[in-house]
Ligand binder design. Structure first.
Ligand code: CP
Ligand code: NVA
Length: 308
């Protein structure tokens, strides 16, 4: 059976740590392995992308593999062909599928009949490749993950909030999420994160007061207040979020030497100020670079796990 990476807790804490070690090795020697020689990986995008698209294409090429990058809207998937039939067919052509789509249930359906590894390149609910990268970046800066406090400020129902809850607690971190009323994380994701915490010594806590949530935090993470696909959902995605802006005042309340992450694209002046994004606490450019290394590690590891 192939291994998939559909959400952050599809890997155990030990596996996550091994993946991060491999990512560090690949960063130190980017062209040192051709582990994907002779393999083809399809990457399908039903939403816009800069980082994910380029980092997968470059990463697969660096590993000696062949990337096939397709706009999902141009596939028969965009007309009437079912996800399952698409998956059955792709399993006959390529060695893995990386997919950016809408509802998580779509990628679950793809994986349910796939004979090859399926990787979540962002759904409405989760963004596990990004959070694997964020963990790599934090470990690079801080030397460890377990026991650190990470505060996410923004839409608690979005993919980043959910993935940080699952991925962060799998790493033994204390994950705090602060969101406006009505934008709190999915209850089941909180329960899952709390469950992981019992095994790793981490914790998952939801806040409403941003100043309380960032107090003493080692890492602040923010993201757009309006995710792709939410542009016309009729909700006020500005007013209730203003107090969550990551600015110099809020950053002062975090731990000394706290770092700031943002998966990008950033909406400067909204969820984060220029001063913080371009300032000394910002690790966002390393974070963007690390997408390449973390995803290469993920592909190499998935093929190894799947005996392929
Ligand atoms: N952070 C991220 O996933 O960026 P893209 O949407 O540009 O791929
Ligand atoms: N939450 C954002 C992340 C973009 C990389 C979105 O889904 O649009």
């Amino acid at each position: 059976m192939p291994r998939h990476f559909l959400r952050d807790d599809d890997v155990t804490s030990t596996e996550q740590s091994a993946l991060l070690d491999l990512a560090d090795q690949l960063k130190a020697d980017p062209l040192g392995t051709k582990a994907l020689a002779g393999r083809t990986v399809a990457a399908i995008f039903e939403k816009n992308s800069t980082r994910t698209r380029f980092s997968f294409e470059v990463g697969i090429s660096q590993l000696g593999g062949h990337p096939v990058i397709v706009d999902g809207r141009s596939m028969q998937l965009g007309r009437e062909e079912t996800i399952e039939d698409t998956s059955r067919v792709l399993s006959r052509y390529v060695d893995a599928v990386v997919w950016r789509t809408f509802a998580q249930k779509r990628i679950d359906a793809m994986a349910s009949v796939a004979g090859i590894p399926i990787v979540n390149a962002l759904t409405d609910e989760f963004h596990p490749c990004q959070v694997l990268t964020d963990l790599m970046t934090i470990r690079e800066r801080k030397g460890r993950l377990a026991g650190l406090t990470l505060t996410y400020l923004g839409d608690g129902k979005n993919n980043m909030a959910h993935s940080l809850l699952l991925g962060g607690t799998t790493a033994g971190m204390h994950v705090r999420v602060v969101s406006p009323e009505g934008f709190q994380p999915d209850q089941q994701v909180i329960l899952d994160a709390k469950h992981h915490s019992t095994e790793t010594g981490g914790s998952a806590t939801v806040f409403t007061d941003p100043r309380e949530a960032v107090e003493g935090a080692d890492v602040l993470v923010t993201d757009t207040w309006t995710s792709m696909g939410q542009e016309n959902d009729g909700l006020d995605r500005v007013g209730p979020f203003r107090a969550l802006q990551v600015n110099a005042g809020l950053l002062k309340r975090a731990a000394d030497e706290a770092i700031v992450l943002h998966c990008l694209p950033a909406h400067r002046g909204w969820e984060i100020t220029d001063e913080v994004l371009d300032g000394p606490a910002s690790a966002v450019w390393d974070e963007a670079e690390n997408r390449l290394h973390a995803q290469k590690a993920l592909l190499v590891w998935l093929f190894g796990q799947s005996g392929r």
